[in-house]
Structure formats: structure tokens, C-alpha cells
Design a protein around this ligand. Sequence first.
Ligand code: 2P0
Length: 343
Amino acid sequence: MVTKLDVVQALLPKITVPQKSSGVAFAPSNIALCKYWGKRNVELNLPVTSSLSISLSNLGACTKVSLADAATDQIILNNEVVASNTVFYRRIVQFLHLIRPTKDTVFNVTTKTNIPVAAGLASSACGFAGLVLALADLFEWPLALEQLSILARMGSGSACRSLWHGFVEWQVGSQANGLDSYAYPLEYHWPELRIGLLLVDKSQKPQTSSEAMQCTVETSPFYSLWPKTVSQALQETHAALASKDFWSLGAVAEANALAMHALMLSSTPAIIYSQAPTLDYMQRVWRARAEGLAVFFTQDAGPNLKLLYLVKDEAKIKELFAEVQCVAPFEAVPHTAECLYDL
Ligand code: 2P0
């Protein structure tokens, strides 16, 4: 079986030494319009289907990484030292093990996010993408972004899509080692598009996406329908993006999210990320749409909803959803960590 280490060693230069005192990077969070749900290879985070996302502009993670003269890696998240007995710490350290030039190399990783961590807002995606970009900056790896996307996938599947702004597609690939399963940016530009974040619950979710995905793949009687569902959704999404047909885009994204949650509902045990306010928001979206407003939602592995709408309707959206946080995915975004945060 191909391991993560095999893949990383195939990608990284044989000798890799820091070229500067620290590496820094920003990576945006991303929201899938056609979802990644299910792995064909758990070790390598290889997906069952392709997926397509939109990045969230300047919402994401800034990371600074440097070598440390210490016994163990230190991870600081939003100004707090992460305890070494947490899942979060272990997940990052396991990833760092893959790229340590020598077994004695110790890292300091400082990350700041401006999105809630582990609340279905793709914090692991921007976290691992930011970490990979910061490491690439530190070591000046001679790698293309597509190759860094493969490295990010080793940390978290959806992280491979967080290396770019705008619309991004993660191609499923077919090779056993996953070297053809990476993301790349799509040419579509849609400055009028807006994402509205509706936070229901900022606390950490009870079940990780990986666990939920695996349970769905193994137990949902409907999982066999998923690859075809996504393949059609991808075709329709591309057509909607090419013709800037917002009603089609929204309809296919909302249907795809609901189909993913239907898979979870049909798993054993059933997985339900929605909470009562989630359903209330859905009803409000449907009522607004019945009255002619072009608004749709998508939902990930958490109770929060993300609205899709156009800038011309923003005043109405804010009137209907007073608490919405509006994101303009195509507005100019700062490119370096220092632009956003003082790390
Ligand atoms: C996505 N999600 O396409 C889907 C839709 C959540 C719902 O990718 O196990 O943290 O690290 O590969 O990427 C969240 O799962 O899972 C996710 P791993 P990940 O955005």
C-alpha cells in the first residue's frame, strides 16, 4: 500500500533546508458547491468524486512556520499554545512528521484564523493549506501549486482546494498514489456573487468529517448513487458558471448539499449535523425564494448554512437575515500573512 510518506518523498526534493528564518502564508477557507464526501483511499485522502468550491476571500488562516531549538513542536493557534494531548496537535504533528528534513527537526507553527475552528467552515482546509504554503515559503520547495495541493490533501482532503481564490476544482484522479488527484483554479470570474455565512453554532462539532464520511460510505444504502449525483452536479455547475446562470448554480449547489446530508441521514448510525435553527434558516430561504428572491443555501459538516446570492440582492438578504456575514469572493484579497495579521 502506498503511504503518505511515499507520496511526500516522491514530491519533495531530496535535500530540503530552510532558506529563510520563517515562512508565512495565508490560505482562504473554501466552501464546496459540489461536495467531496467519501474516500476511495483513507490513508491518502483520495476522493470518490471530483468536487468544486469557491474560496472565501480574506476569511481563512495565516500561518508562520520556523525551526525551533526545542524538544517538541510548538503550535500556537489564535494566541494560545495548543496542548500536545489534543487531537488538533497530533493531527498537525503527524503532518509535520511527513516533511521533517531530519528526525531532529522541530517546528514552531503559529496560526491565526478569522473563522470559527471546526464548525463546518472549512477551518482544517485553510489551516493545512496555509501550513503547506508557509512550509513551501520556508524551504523554497521548487514545486508547482498543483503539487503543493497534493501535499495539502495529505493533511485534509478539502485543503487541496484552499490554495487559490475564486472557483477551484479538485479532480478525482485515478492513480493509486494520488499524484493526479489535486486541485486547480477555474477561469470563471463572477464578481457579483456573494456568500452569506449564517452561524448557528460556533462550537466544535461532535463528529469529525472523516468519521462521518467513512460511516456514510460504509453504511448508507444510497452511497452507490453518489458518484453519478456529483458527476451530474459538476456538469450543471460548469454550465451555470459559464453562462452566469445564478438560478441554476444555486439550485444545483443546494440540491447537492441536501443529497450529501441525505446520505448521512441514511447511515447507521444516522448523522445529523443540522440543529433546529439550521432548519429554520432553510425554511426562510425557501420562503424568500418562493417570493422571487434569488437565494440558495449550502451546508457542510456542521449546522451552519452558507447562503448564495448576488450583490444586487444584498440589502434584502441583510433585511431577512440580520445576522448574516457577507463575503465577496472576488474582491481584492491580501496575499501575505502580514497583510492580515501580526503573527
Ligand atoms: C467539502 N467537506 O467538499 C466537504 C463537504 C465537508 C462537507 O471536505 O478527512 O476536513 O480531512 O479529508 O476535508 C470536510 O472534510 O476531510 C469536507 P478529510 P475534510 O468541503
